[in-house]
Design a protein around this ligand. Structure first.
Ligand code: SF4
Length: 371
């Protein structure tokens, strides 16, 4: 595993440093700390959420009196070391789901000067959620839904991405949506909207907002009837009937049946003219099906792939030198219940040399392995 050492010489006036462990979007807590302790120096580590891209990072903080480290994702703490500073404060979900910056700092407007290239504002109009889904930490982390930051504070650019986890569930959501429409901001709700609680009025207000892409969530198969009904209501107001201009997060966990649950929801998107966006739970990385999850994800999370290339064709191109993987992913896609571990066991039982003979497999060999 690669280790990177990051060092920045402290500027004469800066005695504080902030460390952004993930850096995919501007870190709100660090921007508020910047507003408070300004000026600060920043180190952006770019540590990936994905286990196959793990790397260790060492940040040398010699010369600084204080370092604030923020990491949103869970794999980070073991990968990041800060050295040569006696006063280090760690925050973000990777370290603690209950720790937050002090109220007097949270109230400050985010200072984007540590992200000079940012052309989009980020923020939470609300935090928390009235639900408590078993796979989600929002309720434990942020409590029941409540107002967080005024829109006027958040919106420092024409484009704004709201990170609210369930804004449609807030009692004042109609006033909030009206304000967004009046301000004519280019909005996106990054965390997905809870389509299940859509009403005519909310859908009508959403239609008045400048938003290129609406993202919803279809996390549980048991919600299918409600999700379908409410998505049809949304389409009545907001998007054209048969165009792929809305997306659905499709949560995926190894405990979910691939055919009857994950693929069912992916194929539901096709039938309902929506774009799927597969969200892999971290547990998927330990699953024997991880190759299939990654193949499915790389196909359906890209609009052009999803719309114009059949899965089989996409996988043939993606894994052109790995026939075993091609066949396994295509079988799993078509049959769903195909379990790679069982499949390899059956191949072994047939005394086939998996690697050497992979290219010799015939359709017949393949078909009788379908469960
Ligand atoms: S509705 Fe969304 S934000 Fe709320 S608990 Fe469920 S997954 Fe989390």
């Amino acid at each position: 595993m690669a280790t990177r050492e990051l060092t920045i010489q402290p500027t004469r006036e800066n005695k504080s440093r902030v460390v952004d462990a993930v850096s995919t979007i501007p870190n709100i807590a660090l921007m508020k700390l910047n507003a408070c302790y300004k000026p600060v120096d920043i180190v952006r580590c770019g540590i990936s959420y994905y286990t196959n891209r793990y790397k260790d990072v060492i940040v040398d903080a010699a010369g600084y009196d204080k370092v604030f480290v923020s990491a949103v994702f869970f794999p980070t703490p073991d990968q990041l070391k800060v050295t040569n500073c006696g006063d280090i404060e760690y925050g973000g979900s990777a370290y603690s789901i209950t720790k937050s910056i002090p109220d007097e700092i949270a109230k400050l407007k985010s200072d984007y000067s540590i992200y000079p290239d940012a052309d989009t504002s980020y923020g939470f109009i609300t935090r928390g959620c009235f639900r408590n889904c078993p796979f989600c930490i929002v309720r434990q982390k942020e409590g029941n839904i409540h107002l967080d930051e005024p829109i006027v504070n958040i919106a420092q650019h024409d484009k704004v991405k709201f990170l609210d986890n369930n804004i449609l569930g807030h009692p004042q959501v109609e006033q909030i949506l009206q304000e967004l429409a009046d301000r004519k901001l280019r909005c996106q709700f990054n965390q997905g909207l809870d389509v299940r609680i859509l009403t005519d009025r909310k859908a009508e207000l959403l239609s008045k907002i400048r938003c290129n892409e609406y993202i919803f969530a279809f996390d549980q198969l048991s919600d299918e009837k409600l999700v379908t009904e409410k998505f049809n209501l949304f389409k009545k107001y907001v998007c054209s009937e048969n165009h792929y201009d809305s997306s659905f997060f499709i949560y995926c966990h190894p405990d979910m049946d691939i055919l009857d649950d994950v693929l069912y929801r992916v194929k539901w998107c096709r039938e309902n003219y929506a774009l799927p966006y597969l969200m892999l739970d971290i547990a998927c990385w330990e699953s024997p099906d991880i190759e299939f999850y990654l193949d499915l994800k790389s196909w359906c999370n890209w609009r052009q792939n999803w719309i114009s290339i059949p899965f089989e064709k996409f996988i043939e191109n993606k894994c052109f030198s790995n026939k075993i993987r091609q066949q396994r992913s295509i079988a799993t896609y078509n049959e769903g219940k195909q379990n790679p571990a069982k499949w390899l066991k059956k191949i072994a039982a047939k005394n086939m040399q998996v690697v050497l003979d992979a290219e010799q497999l015939t359709t017949d060999d393949f078909e009788d392995l379908i469960i």
